[in-house]
Design a protein around this ligand. Sequence first.
Ligand code: NDP
Ligand code: 8X3
Length: 255
Amino acid sequence: MASIQDKIVLITGASSGIGAACAKAFAQGKAKLILVARRLERLEELANELKHTTQVHCLSLDVCDRFSVESALKSLPESWTNVDILINNAGLSRGLDKLYEANIQDWEEMIDTNIKGLLYMTRFLVPGMVHRERGHIINIGSIAGHQTYPGGNVYCATKAAVRALSEGLKMDLLATPVRVTSVDPGMVETEFSQVRFHGDIERAKKVYQGITPLTAEDIADIVFFCASRPPHVNISELVVLTTDQSSATLVHRRS
Ligand code: NDP
Ligand code: 8X3
């Protein structure tokens, strides 16, 4: 295992779910953390919890806002600028409507966050990695990027785009030591379904009824594992499902 101690790790979507769990896992490894999300109070709460273990810098940022992303990254204090590991995790789904009936605003949010937000973060941080000859980009994709499911239309398209972008970036970084990994989970119980159903908690709970879903910590373990391989080992793409799920649409429920 390669040490990640003192590496600077920037995690988008660190205020909840997989991103927050990654923050805890990388804090255990003594990495220095830049936590990004829109809800600053959530980030500060987490930073407070982690400050005894490692150094943490919080950035309240909407990754969809290209100019804010650029200016926030340019304004990082000197000691935080050399990001070693970028975890592009911020993302969301909105709705499960048929494509021809869906709310167009839902599409805009998914496309802007899952694709454009990931692109902006990557575009502004990867040149430094290439220049310093070290770095790792870990994108959180999804089983939805491999298989489309009914009502998943635009969300699945955004995750298929993440998959294509991970592949393309890996090609563009060939001949540099910078690594690209895509971690593609199935059902993970986080705030994801609450966000998908616009705060309908009862409907969100039903998504995980009768199964043992993956946890945010399960995914954070895997992300940490990918990041801590020796420099010549690049885990390119990793699909992870709960044992109760065998494809995007096949789920075994006990009740
Ligand atoms: P959560 O809803 O728990 O967390 C999503 C995170 O993304 C939050 O921290 C949220 O922070 C952040 N975020 C959303 N929009 C923005 C934005 N515009 N700018 C900055 N941050 C943003 O869901 P998960 O932890 O489950 O989701 C994390 C990633 O994992 C997503 O990319 C999702 O698509 C992917 N995924 C999830 C699966 C699941 O079943 N849960 C399965 C496969 C992939 P804030 O609102 O404070 O900005
Ligand atoms: C999140 C998992 O199955 O809802 O990407 O698409 S799923």
